[in-house]
Write a protein that binds this ligand. Structure first.
Ligand SMILES: Cc1ncc(COP(=O)(O)O)c(C=O)c1O
Length: 359
């Protein structure tokens, strides 16, 4: 049978902005606070409810969220952090920003998330944390990862930049790890233009992350105004990773529609599955048992040997260079691919399941 081909390139993603979203942003623009103001806190509260977490720190993007989480749990020079070899570069770069060493772990061949079976042998006395990425929107094996981490007294950062609104064994993504990082880039489930957040149940980790996003300053402008003082200290090294009230107004308005956005993504995923199930050329994504995916991506793997057509342009050229049976048409990241480069991190041996994805 001839393989079906789309005539035009499928866009990577488009945001859905409503009139209510626009009105919410305009309202903040007319207010006294356009950054570090009350709308940031209101967005954090709404996110905490949506993610089932005690504390949420909103921040400038998902990469900064991972950086703040890694800093708050104390990653530094000499520390190792285990990261799955199939992910976006930021999951590993957050370790490198702090002078830590990335140790890559393989992923499971079906769900494509970190394989707990291979985790324990990667842990050394220098291991500080493990990053579990909810690849494509389905939570990783969080119970298994948490149990191994607890036995070795290491922290777990859940990179949930793909999985806001997903659930794991009846629990919301956001309350499953030491820290959970979210992204609100326009291709994500809700958007703030650029934006991110970290959820945690630990008040001390939350305090450190709040300071980290604001130059390490001990009191925010709002707190200083309430206390009637200009005095503050820069107690630690931090960054300007603040998010504006303008962005948070958009996020606060968008989050009301999170259930509808997720339902729509789930309906589209069902449609994709229905439409492609009968094709031997295509292998569909697998969501692990007891969880729901919020479907940031729908990564299919192609059996190139069974295709009667070639993939377009650059993808075809890369496919031709590869000998593997599969190609994954989602991600390709130089930072992750060069796992043997000392500038990037330490290879944890071969990661054949990651390689099988073609990435
Ligand atoms: C798994 C993962 N982690 C982190 C990020 C970084 O998020 P941001 O683009 O908001 O910095 C992304 C971005 O897509 C991602 O896919």
């Amino acid at each position: 049978m001839k393989s079906p081909v789309r005539p035009t390139m499928l866009p990577y993603g488009r945001q859905a902005i409503s009139e209510d979203d626009i009105a919410a942003v305009v309202e903040v623009l007319r207010s006294d606070w356009i950054t570090s103001g009350p709308t940031v806190g209101a967005f954090e509260d709404a996110l905490a409810a949506a993610a089932g977490a005690r504390h949420v720190v909103a921040i400038s993007n998902g990469t900064a969220a991972l950086h703040a989480a890694a800093a708050a749990i104390g990653v530094g020079p000499g520390d190792e952090v285990i990261v799955p070899a199939l992910t976006f570069a930021a999951s590993a770069n957050c370790v490198r920003y702090l002078g830590g060493t990335v140790v890559f772990a393989d992923v499971q061949p079906d769900t494509m998330s970190i394989d707990p079976a291979g985790l324990e042998r990667l842990i050394t006395p220098r291991t500080k944390a493990v990053v579990a990425v909810d690849y494509a929107g389905a939570p990783a094996d969080m119970d298994e990862v948490n149990a191994i981490a607890a036995a070795h007294r290491i922290a777990v950062i859940e990179d949930a930049c793909h999985s806001l609104g997903a659930t794991y064994r009846g629990r919301k993504v956001g309350g499953l790890a030491t820290c959970t990082a979210f992204s609100f880039h326009p291709v994500k489930h809700i958007t703030t233009g650029e934006g991110g957040a970290i959820a945690t149940d630990d008040p001390e980790i939350a305090r450190r992350m709040r300071a980290f996003r604001n130059h390490g300053i001990t009191a925010s402008v709002q707190e200083r105004e309430r206390a009637g003082t200009w005095w503050y200290e820069m107690a630690s090294l931090g960054f300007n990773y603040r998010i504006t009230d303008i962005q948070c107004a958009l996020g606060l308005s968008q989050i009301k529609r999170l259930p509808a956005f997720i339902a729509r993504r789930q309906a589209i995923a069902r449609q994709y599955a229905e439409a492609t199930r009968r094709y031997r050329e295509v292998e569909l994504p697998v969501v692990g048992e007891g969880r729901t995916s919020s479907w940031h991506l729908y990564p299919v793997r192609l059996h190139l040997d069974r295709l009667s057509c070639g993939p377009p342009g650059g993808v075809r050229r890369r496919c031709e260079r590869k000998t593997s049976a599969y190609r994954c048409i989602t991600f390709r990241f130089p930072g992750i691919l060069t796992t043997r480069s000392s500038a990037t991190g330490r290879a944890a041996g071969r990661t054949p399941n990651r390689a099988m994805s073609g990435c």
